[in-house]
Design a protein around this ligand. Structure first.
Ligand code: PAF
Length: 286
């Protein structure tokens, strides 16, 4: 949709009204689940959903159950008015923006646990994170019954976990994964980037540079997992703005097991801390 064209978009905050709107909507429905503070990465998902479906729904919900750290949840950026304006310009039909009480009412106690996949990489450093993601995504799918749902490759493990969830629970939703959208200097777009200080922001593309180093080696024929991990690790360690490295991984894309030798598709991923900001990124070797 052309920027500037205003669109009749409904913003709904209750399960009941959203379910009814989706029942009445023309199918197929494409859903883009988000936690708001939208950027060009989210908008690429919205645009793809617009191209593929007759109804486009976006959820905006900062899901407390996927945050381990209360302070992290509290400082997560929020800008509902700005988000709605962007979504209107991108031709979205339905926005679901519930309160925490609407999603997790008093007495809520049913959780969706994806197997060992969810305990690796991000899951190891953020215990319970994927239980929160899988639970809220299941609830969003139940409320909206989308035909397709759109996620960014930036959260690489999340896309694998959600594909497993959808397959295991016969959800009948087609999961569409879209490429990571990057700033000009390579930094993967993320709602958290605005939390970076100017010095950290300048240094932050180091994460992508580190992954690219590993990718370059792989392109040159290197298949040893340790060598590929070490190359990325060395670049991250050389950057003084990186305070700690949670992991550098070269894993397969089914079980996310670390690889000794890369054969077939693999994901190189990393997570680092720059003071209070945690950055993640990945590149798929294919
Ligand atoms: O990727 C995100 O923004 C969130 O993890 C999601 C999928 C919206 C669930 O809260």
């Amino acid at each position: 949709m052309t920027a500037g064209v205003q669109h009749n978009m409904r913003v709904i905050s209750t399960n009941e009204e959203m379910s009814q709107a989706c029942r009445e909507a023309v199918k197929p429905i494409g859903l883009v689940p988000t936690m708001g503070a939208l950027h060009a990465g989210h908008l690429s998902l919205v645009d793809q959903a617009r191209a593929d479906n007759l109804t486009v729904a976006v959820s905006i919900f900062v899901n407390p159950t996927q945050f381990g750290d209360k302070a992290d949840l509290e400082k997560y950026p929020r800008d509902l008015e700005g988000d709605l304006e962007m979504l209107r310009r991108h031709g979205v039909d339905l926005v679901y923006s519930p309160t925490v009480e609407e999603v997790y009412p008093e007495g809520f106690d049913t959780w969706v646990n994806v197997g060992p996949l969810a305990d690796k990489l991000e899951g190891r450093h953020r215990p319970g994170h994927f239980r929160g993601v899988a639970t809220v995504v299941s609830k969003l799918f139940n409320v909206m019954s989308p035909n397709r749902a759109y996620f960014g490759q930036k959260d690489g493990q999340q896309t694998v976990v959600i594909q497993q969830l959808v397959r295991d629970l016969d959800m009948g939703v087609e999961v569409v994964v879209m490429p990571t959208v990057r700033e000009q200097d390579g930094l993967a777009m993320s709602s958290r980037n605005i939390q970076l200080s100017p010095e950290q922001r300048q240094a932050a593309p180091v994460v992508y540079r580190a992954l690219c180093e590993s990718h370059q080696l792989w392109m040159g024929g290197e298949r040893n997992g340790d060598a590929l991990r070490a190359a990325a690790q060395a670049i991250l360690q050389a950057e003084s703005q990186v305070d700690s490295i949670d992991y550098v991984s070269v894993a397969n894309m089914t079980a996310l097991d670390e690889l000794d030798q890369v054969e077939g598709r693999a994901m190189v991923s990393a997570a680092v801390h720059m003071r209070a900001v945690r950055l993640i990124d990945n590149i798929v070797l294919r």
